[in-house]
Design a protein around this ligand. Structure first.
Ligand SMILES: *Cc1c(COP(=O)(O)O)cnc(C)c1O
Length: 409
């Protein structure tokens, strides 16, 4: 136990434990979402939590409505002002007044107009940057965040690839057209993150030039993801991809920005996703995949991605297409990397294990989008129920529960 809790570890060689140093040096330790605060106490810092239980607490993250609605989405801000009054800017719980407008045809039309304006602006930007003409009536399906294996951009890539293969090889007609939007940076030394970007670009090239696929899908990677770009993409998003391996995402805040801007979420039960699903309601959240407990059990049992591959014909087709180089025609070695990383190297983040469940959830998404009325009602309810995820609430909790600071007039 002394070795586990030591700041200066000796085994197998001398190392400084930044985690232990942080716990010893802090009077308060916050897990940033209910799930992660539980995992911090029961797993990561169990020995410290047994010794100093009073140091451990939760303050679920939040986002600023001044940045992510008032500044980034002035159309929605004006609609909120006209509907619930201007107080939401400093009191996001005011959004709950919107609940009763989900059934109001006039309000729904105004809400759709705002989203459609934001989509049209993003279409213009994409045309400027990439020279690609996007269908503004397609579902804007958005995964924007740092590129990391735990965030599983590759799960989204495999799914987009399966849609493509079904369209061009099986004559499948998707129920709705989709625009698959990716953005995110890879850390300079993170080879597999850079390969992930190459895999997205390869798929984008194969899909976007294919006349059979173009009416139904477009795959885009927007370069230089940063707050300024997030402010363009998020107000135009309709589906928010929050698909990390359960237990890996401490909270997420992109998930909050997107739901607050009227995107419905497809997500795993990870980080703040769990609290978002509880707040907006299960109808507004397309849940899928293994739970933290199921991930733990499968790891313990010994996860073998090859077994999943052998039992899922669609997954085999997708993997074969990558290996053949067909899905990264300008750089066939990227296709070989996909197989290497997701099968031979053991698939540490269990992408293949959640593939079938993810595809099933995406079918539920398409079905809902077919009824624009149902979709819009859900989007409005999502916005109405996101008040808790303001950084104002998070900061108030820090002031009260950690610093003992009183508000001033
Ligand atoms: C909000 C935000 C993030 C965090 O996004 P997650 O989806 O929570 O990882 C990262 N980068 C930028 C530019 C953001 O605005």
């Amino acid at each position: 136990r002394i070795e586990r809790m030591s700041i200066l570890k000796q085994d197998p060689e001398p190392r400084l434990s930044m985690g232990a140093l942080a716990v010893v040096g802090s009077h308060s330790i916050n897990g940033v979402s209910e799930l992660h605060s539980t995992l911090v106490r029961s797993g990561l810092f169990a020995d410290f939590a047994a010794m100093w239980p009073e140091r451990f607490n939760n303050k679920t993250n939040g986002v600023s409505q001044r940045r992510w609605v008032l500044t980034a989405n002035p159309g929605l801000a004006a609609l909120l002002d006209a509907t619930v009054g201007p107080d939401w800017v400093s009191d996001l719980d005011r959004l709950s007044v919107l609940e009763r407008y989900a059934d109001d045809t006039g309000f729904r039309d105004a809400f759709v107009d705002v989203k459609q304006d934001n989509k049209a602006r993003l279409v213009g930007y994409i045309n400027d940057i990439l020279g690609e003409a996007v269908d503004p009536s397609s579902l804007f399906d958005v995964q924007v965040k740092r590129i990391h294996e735990y965030k599983r951009q590759m799960l989204n890539v495999l799914r987009a690839a399966s849609d493509y293969l079904r369209i061009v090889d099986d004559g499948y007609v998707p129920p709705i057209p989709r625009t698959y939007i990716f953005a995110g940076k890879a850390a300079v030394g993170y080879y597999h993150a850079k390969q992930t970007i190459r895999a997205i670009l390869g798929l984008a090239y194969a899909v976007n030039k294919d006349r059979r696929a173009r009416p139904y899908m477009r795959v885009l990677f927007l370069p230089d993801y940063r707050v300024t770009l997030a402010e363009r993409i998020i107000p135009a998003a309709e589906l928010s991809e929050q698909i990390s391996t359960a237990g890996m995402e401490a909270s997420g805040t992109g998930n909050m920005k997107l739901a607050l801007n009227g995107a419905l979420t497809i997500g795993t039960r990870d980080g703040a996703n769990i609290e978002i699903e509880k707040a907006v309601g299960p109808e507004q959240f397309f849940a899928f995949g293994m739970s933290v407990e199921e991930v733990r059990q499968l790891r313990q049992l010994g996860y073998r991605p090859q077994d999943v591959l052998n039992s899922d014909p669609m997954l085999s087709r997708v993997m074969d297409a990558f290996v053949s180089g067909r899905l990264s025609p300008k750089a066939p070695e990227v296709g070989a990397w996909v197989h290497q990383r997701l099968v031979q190297d053991g698939d540490d983040f269990m992408v293949l294990a959640d593939f079938a469940s993810y595809r099933e959830a995406q079918e539920r998404v398409s079905e809902r989008y077919l009824s624009r009325k149902d979709w819009t009602q859900s989007a409005i309810l999502s916005v109405a129920r996101m008040g808790r995820f303001s950084s104002d609430r998070a900061i108030r909790e820090y002031a009260e529960g950690i610093w003992g600071a009183k508000p001033v007039e």
